[in-house]
Design a protein around this ligand. Structure first.
Ligand SMILES: CC(C)(COP(=O)(O)OP(=O)(O)OC[C@H]1O[C@@H](n2cnc3c(N)ncnc32)[C@H](O)[C@@H]1OP(=O)(O)O)[C@@H](O)C(=O)NCCC(=O)NCCS
Length: 229
């Protein structure tokens, strides 16, 4: 069975084996730090979940700000609470197709599921920035690729904090999630979009998604076919 986490035991992180910035150890040349967290040093995150380090790397926004893009992890829950607090009603509506209260979005039971990802069914990438004045990392965008019942199709969704929209983050997360889909030899990636969501429609169009008729007239379905590649 295909998996979102082709896993090399040499790349395991200790459960709390993260750099001081709170990010998984990565070197300046954007490569994961291999071997710095030996399995014998302590409990490994991989005992519970293999962490897909191959999807960790730095990237610069259009504004030149350095961002870390990496798969989500269970310890991200407090940062996800803060991230949700930054979202406008409009952004929430466009993502969830209805108003979802902040208290519902940040409920522990929900966020545990969102952060404790089964990487063989789902890939969630977060964009993390570390403001120089506080040194405290914060999540400013999340992209998710979730397999549907069939193993070769997945749904894509992206959510960018209002203050950081139009910085190129949405496009970068979509680009990376498409690559994850390719790695997994998915047949197609689907995005359900509200018709009035011109930003997401433009983004889908840019990456070659085609609009498909939907049974639900309130939703536009964008489909990226990967099978012919
Ligand atoms: C849709 C969304 C993910 C786009 O992310 P983003 O980081 O703001 O987008 P980017 O900066 O990467 O923009 C990429 C391209 O998308 C299009 N785009 C983005 N925002 C747009 C807007 N407000 N109006 C029109 N086009 C827009 C443009 O073509 C843009 O390229 P350009 O800036 O070179 O013109 C983001 O606006 C968002 O989170 N919206 C609310 C939640 C949502 O709609 N999620 C999608 C559910 S599937």
């Amino acid at each position: 069975m295909s998996s979102f986490a082709p896993f090399d035991a040499r790349l395991r992180f200790k459960e709390c084996g993260l750099s001081q910035s709170g990010a998984p150890g990565i070197s300046n040349d954007n490569k994961p730090e291999v071997g710095s967290n030996d399995l014998n040093e302590g409990p490994s995150m991989s005992i519970f979940r293999p962490y897909p380090v191959q999807y960790v790397s730095r990237w610069k926004t259009k504004q030149g700000e350095e961002i870390l893009v990496r798969p989500i992890r269970p310890e991200d829950e407090p940062m996800m609470v803060k991230f949700h607090a930054t979202l406008s009603d409009q952004t929430v509506y466009l993502r969830y197709f209805h108003m979802e209260k902040l208290s519902t979005r940040v409920a522990h039971e929900r966020l545990v599921q969102k952060c404790f990802v089964e990487y063989d069914r789902e890939m969630a990438l977060v964009a993390e920035r570390t403001p120089p004045d506080t040194g405290q990392p914060e999540i400013i965008a999340v992209g998710r690729l979730t397999k549907s019942k069939s193993d070769d199709e997945a749904e894509l969704a992206v959510l960018v904090s209002d203050r950081y929209q139009r910085h190129g983050l949405g496009a970068e997360l979509v680009r990376r999630l498409i690559q994850v889909g390719r790695d997994q030899k998915l047949r197609e990636i689907v995005a359900n979009i509200l018709p009035e969501n011109y930003a997401m429609r433009a983004l889908a169009d840019r990456f070659g998604f085609k609009m498909r008729a939907s049974d639900d007239p309130t939703i536009v379905v964008a489909v990226l076919n990967l099978s012919g590649e």
